[in-house]
Design a protein around this ligand. Structure first.
Ligand SMILES: [Fe+2]
Length: 426
């Protein structure tokens, strides 16, 4: 099943993904790769004065890496080399590419995206073609094609990184030892969606993106309940649209169910039917867990296991216009030492210690997943971020080094008024 450069997703797992909206892909990463990643994570934590061998004393320093207030054990580590190495792994991208090919790549238009479609008869305007094949596992409650969307067909072999955080959730006993008042160091990631059901394709973000398949890499096993692991509602993508269309308003205020950006909490009372269907998903280290963006998910309320639960959150974005723009901004931020700003944060006081992007040598695939030819990133970043976000001249060195052709000291092109690697040049 596994070779160096590709991972063949077995047909039964493709079918499981279409049926359940979630799938565990075992053995995408080798034991050596996982060990390397865990060693890298331990080294990163050491920089932040967290000793994984002595969490009783040092776990409190995890607080400085969390902008979620400890929720889910999610840490703001985006650009660590070990993490980027996982994300550019060809087997990982190959696996997700096959999930796209089996679902969204065909690109049927969605009535929810503003494209004309007769939902009741299940036909596209002007075509008049029956869609009987949409019954069975691809049927939805409201007779919409299951993978309809407004972004058009795309080539599933092309895509971009979605650079994301990581998870290091300590056992509850450690969390309690480092509590502040009644608040433990960490807590679960409560049930939510990373999309707004009432406005799937009309994000109010300045730089929106479309991530139809979410994923993470398991660095540790999760084989039992209440060990901080992943939980979700299997099959909810088939129920999603009819649920979204009739979702109860807030009982106390009468207002519509809230979305914070594209983070949508699943409410204990009003969304009780969803909560009741949550179940754990078990997996071994080295697996990739992938799920449809319409699947409500969480992690376990408790972690009674002996070891920290460790994951690298990492996804890919299909090559559609909205994601090209997102990838461009993402690459700019990366090479300017700025963390991604797409994720939900309770507070925003963390700093990226791996801000000097030039230290990481991407593979050819990694460069493509970052989204641009090297020179294009360099020029666009220089031209468009400019003084707005680039706080010091030193960061221009990163852009120059990344260009590949130009070295510090070489004259810069495209109207740049500074020489790479020098301050104050004209
Ligand atoms: Fe999420």
């Amino acid at each position: 099943m596994v070779n160096e450069d590709s991972y063949l997703v077995p047909p039964k797992l493709l079918e499981a993904f279409r049926r359940d909206g979630v799938v565990v892909l075992p053995g995408v990463f080798t034991e050596e790769e996982i060990l390397e990643a865990k060693t890298g994570l331990a080294t990163t934590l050491k920089i932040h004065e967290v000793d994984v061998q002595d969490l009783e004393k040092t776990a409190g320093n995890l607080r400085k890496l969390s902008t979620t207030g400890g929720s889910g054990g999610v840490l703001d580590i985006f650009y660590a080399p070990w993490k980027l190495r996982l994300s550019e792994n060809p087997r990982f991208f190959s696996a997700i590419s096959q999930l796209w090919a089996a679902t969204y790549a065909e690109g049927r238009a969605s009535s929810k995206g503003g494209v004309c479609m007769d939902v009741r008869r299940g036909t596209m305007e002007g075509q008049g073609e029956e869609r009987e094949e949409e019954r069975g596992i691809d049927a939805t409650d409201d007779e919409q094609p299951l993978y309809a969307h407004p972004h058009g067909p795309f080539d599933p072999r092309r895509g971009y990184f979605y650079l994301d955080r990581c998870g290091f959730r300590v056992p509850d006993r450690i969390s309690a030892q480092h509590a502040k008042g009644k608040r433990p160091l960490q807590r679960s990631l409560t049930p939510h969606l990373d999309c707004c059901p009432a406005a799937l394709y009309t994000s109010d973000k300045a730089v929106p993106r479309w991530r139809p398949v979410q994923s993470f890499v398991a660095l540790t096993d999760n084989l039992g309940p209440q060990t901080g692991g992943f939980e979700c509602v299997k099959g909810w993508h088939r129920t999603f649209q009819s649920w979204a269309d009739h979702r109860p308003t807030c009982r106390q205020t009468g207002k519509a169910a809230p979305c914070v950006g594209d983070f949508t909490p699943i409410r204990p009372v009003e969304d009780a039917e969803v909560i009741a269907r949550f179940a754990p998903v078990y997996y071994q280290a080295g697996s990739v867990i992938a799920f449809d963006w319409r699947i409500p998910h969480a992690n376990a309320t408790h972690h009674v296991g002996p070891e920290p639960r460790q994951v690298s959150y990492a996804s890919f974005l299909p090559d559609v216009p909205v994601n090209r723009e997102y990838a461009r901004r993402q690459a700019q931020r990366f090479y300017n030492g700025l963390q991604p700003d797409d994720q939900w944060k309770e507070n925003s006081d963390s700093r990226e210690v791996y801000g000097d992007g030039s230290v990481f040598e991407f593979s050819d695939l990694g460069r493509r997943l970052l989204g641009f030819g090297a020179e294009e990133v360099s020029l666009r970043a220089e031209n468009e971020i400019g003084a707005l976000e680039r706080g010091d001249a030193g960061r221009e060195d990163n852009l120059c080094r990344f260009s590949g052709r130009r070295q510090p000291g070489d004259p810069c092109s495209a109207g740049q008024k500074r020489e790479c690697g020098k301050q104050g040049c004209t």
